[in-house]
Write a protein that binds this ligand. Structure first.
Ligand SMILES: NC(=O)c1ccc[n+]([C@@H]2O[C@H](COP(=O)([O-])OP(=O)(O)OC[C@H]3O[C@@H](n4cnc5c(N)ncnc54)[C@H](O)[C@@H]3O)[C@@H](O)[C@H]2O)c1
Length: 245
């Protein structure tokens, strides 16, 4: 099903590449006006034709404030927040430093909280809205060497439910998506021989392959649209069957 986002205003974090970029372009191509943010300057490549861009770390309160303000002053409000930006870390627990823990939690958990808070503040002044948080299957199942990443994604999954319960009565829905392994640059640093490892990751999914960014963008678009109007507080898995094993 293809949704239409005419007259909708969206904010997508981590939009410079990967899942965020695919989502920002998909929402724009389906009629939304989009604020695309990222820590990377390359996000500015998306600027124009219904997309405005800004740079900053999602871990900073100021970035959340600026992003929501840009949506309000440029386009007149905010209807959809896609909390997508994130970083991963593959490290055994016993080798992890306090800085490792705090760094990932500040981006994935605090950044998601800050943007959700500012979005909800804006949405309750308007006609409500929709939040889509990008979690991971490691919020549901354990994989070794993912301690802080998994904890941060578990936090996102639970934050999503609380937002849904706390603000459902104010016309705000909140859902999360839990992707399996998706072929994006986030896999750099986890893998040395990317082809061989992508193939081995792929074979761990019953569909026999890893996912592509547009396949997660489709789920995000569905959750951000009125097609999912009775869904809130859910974690939607899109993992090629990985967690069914
Ligand atoms: N690719 C996967 O296998 C996979 C699986 C499950 C969940 N996810 C999640 O999907 C989301 C998108 O990841 P992706 O796979 O597209 O990765 P990616 O690395 O291709 O894209 C992530 C984007 O986030 C941006 N970013 C990183 N730190 C930031 C910060 N502090 N402030 C603002 N922007 C920042 C990066 O610059 C980048 O553009 C992440 O939350 C990730 O945890 C990815």
């Amino acid at each position: 099903m293809t949704q239409t986002f005419e007259n909708k205003i969206a904010l997508v974090t981590g939009a410079a590449r990967g899942i965020g970029r695919a989502t920002a372009l998909m929402l724009r191509d389906r009629g939304a006006r989009v604020v695309a943010s990222d820590i990377s300057e390359t996000v500015h490549e998306l600027s124009g034709n219904g997309i405005v861009t800004l740079t900053g770390s999602i871990a900073e309160e100021e970035t959340a404030l600026r992003s929501v303000a840009l949506a309000r002053y440029t386009f007149g409000g905010l209807d959809i927040l896609v909390n997508n930006a994130g970083r991963t870390m593959n490290r055994p627990l016993i080798d992890m430093t306090v800085e490792d823990w705090d760094g990932i939690m500040a981006i994935n958990a605090r950044g998601t909280f800050l943007h959700a808070r500012e979005a909800v503040r804006a949405m309750i002044k308007g006609d409500g809205g929709v939040i889509v948080n990008v979690a991971s299957i490691v919020a549901q199942v354990a994989m070794k060497d993912t301690a802080v990443y998994a904890a941060s994604k578990g936090a996102i999954a639970q934050l999503t439910k609380v937002i849904a319960v706390e603000y459902g009565g104010r016309g705000i829905r909140a859902n999360a998506v839990a992707p399996g392994v998706i072929e994006t640059d986030i896999l750099e640093g986890i893998v040395q021989d990317s082809r061989a490892t992508l193939a081995s990751y792929g074979s761990a999914h019953p569909l026999g392959r890893v996912g592509q960014p547009h396949e997660i963008a489709e789920i995000i678009a569905f959750l951000g649209s009125s097609a999912s109007s009775f869904m809130t507080g859910t974690l939607v898995t899109a993992d090629g069957g990985f967690t069914a094993l």
